[in-house]
Write a protein that binds this ligand. Structure first.
Ligand SMILES: Cc1cc2nc3c(=O)[nH]c(=O)nc-3n(C[C@H](O)[C@H](O)[C@H](O)COP(=O)(O)OP(=O)(O)OC[C@H]3O[C@@H](n4cnc5c(N)ncnc54)[C@H](O)[C@@H]3O)c2cc1C
Length: 352
């Protein structure tokens, strides 16, 4: 049976950052990713200020130009909420953390290319098209069951299994079944639309709307290369395809946008439940652990929690301490900031 000191589930920002920290400590790590890379991920694809600081600290710099899309820069002063009474006014998408104010110039990137860059920078070995199915524990060993795209089952063995498998984490569902019942769930739907006229929606502006008649979460729109990227959301049972059409009509009527064909649709589930860092030899990080900052800003804390989880596991392997104890004690500031962001969230247009 193939064996590694650590297996990480998911090649998103949390998984790659965790792998980077482990590689730095000389730990043998394998990442398994269920999609074929570069894979799409439902995301506005904006690198906020703290994300940039963390990339500089942990990855030695920002991604290469090939990862960015037009307009490359979104100033935070150009992120605006709009309503009929007030017109455009400030929308805050990032709070200072522990008194530190982050850069206010944000970068517009393609998530598929960004995530592949992060993965390659981690230096870790990875297998794509491999999906976690289950795990079992025996003594100091975790047996991991994986299914590949061609339905072949593979068994791996490791000392630590790390769940960096995102907002609908399979590993967290296995470890923490109450999460499904207790967390608030909303679905998100994102479309990439060609247009002949973006009307009053200037390039470089990211517009946010709270229109309960359209969407139960915020709706937003911003430019990405030749597309207007529209994002809407709703609680279970909502027909988000219809919601997307309503939002388009709203932008045509209020902002004189002229849409052409819709090129791509993405969607995902967001589970908002209490954080859980894992148990014993099963560690959770990023969105799988419930790490999410203000209004769904999550790349920063995925990178940060992933890196800290990796360092904690390396220390546990080297020195024999409990990995969860180390990870927990080194994540207090992250958990505090998650709470602050939850208290200040401006995400739903109706009471959940
Ligand atoms: C609509 C939307 C817009 C957003 N916009 C932004 C933004 O502009 N800026 C920002 O900072 N944050 C944004 N976020 C949040 C951000 O996308 C997430 O917080 C971040 O991607 C979490 O990173 P992660 O590594 O924890 O998980 P993910 O990025 O979700 O990565 C998880 C990986 O695990 C893989 N995986 C899942 N299940 C399995 C399995 N069973 N086996 C193997 N692999 C598996 C997935 O394919 C994926 O590659 C947005 C979120 C949404 C929904």
């Amino acid at each position: 049976m193939e064996s590694h000191q650590v297996v990480i589930v998911g090649a998103g920002p949390a998984g790659s950052s965790c792998a980077k920290a482990l590689k730095e400590e000389g730990i043998d790590v394998l990442i398994i990713e269920k999609e074929i890379l570069p894979r799409y991920k439902t995301c506005s694809g904006v690198l906020f200020g703290q994300t940039q600081v963390l990339l500089n600290n942990y990855f030695g710099g920002l991604p290469p130009k090939s990862v960015y899309c037009r307009p490359e820069i979104i100033n935070n002063s150009n992120i605006m909420e709009w309503n009929r009474e007030k017109g455009f006014f400030e929308f805050v998408w990032e709070l200072p953390k522990d008194g530190i104010q982050f850069p206010t110039v944000y970068y517009n990137i393609w998530r598929n290319l960004f995530d592949l860059w992060l993965l390659e920078e981690s230096g870790a070995e990875y297998r794509q098209g491999w999906s976690l199915k289950g795990f079992s524990l025996k003594d100091d060993n975790v047996a991991v069951e994986v299914t590949s795209k061609d339905d072949k089952t593979t068994r791996l063995s490791c000392s630590y299994l790390i769940g960096a498998d995102g907002g609908n984490s399979k590993l967290r569902r296995l470890l923490d079944p109450a999460w499904i019942k207790e967390s608030l769930v909303s679905s998100v739907y994102q479309t990439y639309n060609r247009f002949s006229d973006s009307g009053d929606l200037e390039e470089g502006k990211w517009a946010v709307f709270f229109e309960p008649d359209i969407s139960e979460t915020l709706c937003c729109v911003h430019h990405k290369d030749d597309f207007l990227t529209l994002c809407v959301g709703g609680f279970s049972g909502r027909d988000l395809k219809a919601v997307n059409e309503m939002f388009k009509k709203f932008l045509e009527d209020e902002f004189s946008v002229v849409f052409e064909q819709q090129e791509r649709v993405e969607g995902c589930v967001m589970r908002m439940g209490p954080p859980n860092l894992g148990r014993g030899r099963i560690i959770l990080t990023g969105e799988a652990a419930g790490f999410m900052y203000l209004n769904g800003e999550g790349i920063s804390v995925a990178i940060d929690s992933g890196y800290r989880a990796g360092k904690a596991v390396a220390k546990a392997i080297r020195e024999g301490f409990d990995a969860i104890d180390i990870y927990g004690s080194q994540s207090i500031d992250l958990l505090r900031h998650v709470s602050l962001c939850t208290e200040n969230a401006h995400f739903f247009s109706v009471q959940p």
